[in-house]
Design a protein around this ligand. Structure first.
Ligand SMILES: NC(=O)c1ccc[n+]([C@@H]2O[C@H](COP(=O)([O-])OP(=O)(O)OC[C@H]3O[C@@H](n4cnc5c(N)ncnc54)[C@H](OP(=O)(O)O)[C@@H]3O)[C@@H](O)[C@H]2O)c1
Length: 290
């Protein structure tokens, strides 16, 4: 079986590649940067291209049985996704697994949520066999906060106390590999969530337990978050994420018991807990001398 992974050099896609290789699948990874192809696992083929380019989408899906479609958050996210759907339709791809976002429809005014609604709808109308994965906020986002956690004892992601069912990227990758290698999930949409509801304060407490030192939540002040974030993120992204965090603070992003049960059945195990992720990460940071 030949599977093309888009986003295969990134956080989720690289884990999907690992899961597929472990299942004996022939994997191709699309990347805009041929230099990154050199870092792919042995046996994985890098394909140079860009989903914004007609030459790429006209050719990259040829000879592919299934596609993992992930589009990075960008100002052209929706267009990249729609170009990919059009290309997969021309190539008559037999199976597509699309990475969307949890509650994309409820919060469609958020630019990176609404972009995914457009791509989901295009898939539904395309005639392609598809599965949609809708993950919550990733545990692995916390890698971005390593310095804040270790140097300042602060947890800065402003998720508030609305309650967010954060999820481990490894559960997302496993779900993707299962859906890519079996026809049983065609037409299905899965929310991918953790079993617990997290808040800024509870996440700081989990990091405090894992690191064995005090960690406090930086708080819900989105003006302060925006000012700080503009020093390293583009303004369009800060605008989008600020609206998202305001939504998390007010309403949360909550998984239902039914969604957790369906996810558990899909994976064959319960979602990985945050405490285990934090403990593993803290141990890895300690081992690296951090
Ligand atoms: N972070 C969260 O908590 C969260 C939660 C739910 C959903 N999501 C969704 O997850 C997605 C991001 O996943 P991630 O964190 O794994 O992404 P990532 O680490 O930022 O990686 C982005 C990937 O997209 C590829 N890419 C970017 N532009 C491309 C283009 N024009 N053509 C082809 N490939 C392109 C990059 O490949 P090259 O650089 O090699 O070209 C890279 O592999 C977004 O859709 C986001 O909304 C995130």
């Amino acid at each position: 079986m030949n599977v093309l992974v888009t986003g295969g050099t990134g956080t989720v896609g690289s884990q999907v590649v690992g899961e597929l290789v472990g299942r004996g699948v022939n994997v191709r990874v699309l990347t805009r940067d041929p230099a990154k192809a050199k870092g792919l696992p042995p046996g994985v083929t890098g394909v140079a291209g860009n989903l914004l380019e007609p030459t790429t989408v006209r050719t990259v899906f040829d000879g592919v049985d299934a596609v993992f479609l992930l589009n990075a958050v960008s100002m052209t996210e929706a267009h990249e996704g729609l170009m990919a759907v059009a290309g997969m339709r021309l190539a008559r791809v037999k199976r597509v697994v699309y990475l969307s976002v949890h509650h994309a429809d409820s919060f469609a005014w958020l630019p990176h949520f609404g972009s995914k609604i457009g791509v989901e709808e295009a898939l539904r109308k395309s005639g392609l066999p598809f599965t949609i994965l809708r993950p919550n906020n990733f545990y692995q986002n916390d890698y971005w906060y390593k310095d804040a956690l270790l140097q300042a004892g602060v947890y800065p992601q402003p998720i508030g106390d609305g309650g967010t069912s954060r999820v481990d990227v490894r559960d997302i990758a496993e779900a993707a590999a299962i859906a890519l290698t079996s026809s049983s999930h065609e037409g299905e949409s899965y929310d991918l969530v953790g079993s617990e509801l997290h808040t800024g304060v509870s996440t700081a407490a989990a990091w405090s337990r894992a690191l064995g030192r005090p960690v406090t939540y930086a708080g819900d002040d989105l003006d302060a978050w925006e000012q700080q974030s503009l020093t390293y993120m583009p303004a369009w992204m800060v605008f989008d994420f600020r609206l998202m965090y305001a939504t998390f603070q007010k309403q949360g992003l909550k998984g239902s018991p039914e969604a957790i049960a369906r996810e558990t059945a899909l994976l064959g195990h319960a979602p990985r807990p945050f405490d285990a992720f934090a403990a593993e990460t803290a141990a890895a940071w300690r081992a690296s001398g951090a």
